[in-house]
Ligand binder design. Structure first.
Ligand code: FEO
Length: 172
């Protein structure tokens, strides 16, 4: 059974939200880079890749269910933040918003008795628990160590160890 038009529209909106998340985190990665925090920046670039993956999972699901993907304008994200703490507080706040969007989609799937979409969305419900927790953990660490001194450089090194989801080809 194909998804309803209403569900198709809602899933398309979520594709846009995930693409925006990727944009936002790329913008945060750039600002972290300009703050000489290369490890934080690299972590955030990987986060942006994850968001692209979230968008693509939805993209494939819409097509698999007989719907159409209609891509909309991606809003321009903020470009500068006052501190690494402000960046990760922003990321945490954004993840809370994404969780509420996912929950709304689940509500719609339940309302429509669309079990397949509900089942698909449970992956995102679980993922959001991790997404919120990882952003919040960094917020807490940053609060503990402050923005100056040795602590931030050690945390930067730790953050830089996160492997990318995929690597782009290098060389000429
Ligand atoms: Fe796609 Fe970070 O939620």
């Amino acid at each position: 059974m194909a998804i309803s038009k209403k569900m198709e529209k809602a899933l398309n909106a979520q594709i846009n939200a995930e693409m925006y998340s990727s944009y936002l985190y790329l913008s945060m990665a750039s600002d972290l880079n300009s703050k000489a925090l290369d490890g934080f920046s690299s972590w955030m670039k990987t986060q942006a890749q994850e968001e692209l993956y979230h968008a693509m999972k939805l993209y494939d699901f819409v097509l698999e269910r007989g719907g159409s993907v209609v891509l909309d304008t991606i809003e321009a994200p903020q470009t500068e933040w006052k501190s690494p703490l402000a960046i990760f507080q922003g990321a945490y706040k954004h993840e809370l918003l994404v969780t509420s969007l996912i929950n709304n989609l689940v509500d719609l799937a339940i309302k429509e008795k669309d079990h397949a979409t509900n089942n698909f969305l449970q992956w995102y419900v679980k993922e959001q628990v991790e997404e919120e927790a990882s952003a919040d953990e960094i917020v807490q660490k940053l609060k503990l160590i402050g923005s100056q001194g040795n602590g931030i450089f050690m945390l930067d090194k730790e953050m830089g160890a996160r492997a990318p989801l995929f690597a782009f080809p290098t060389g000429e």
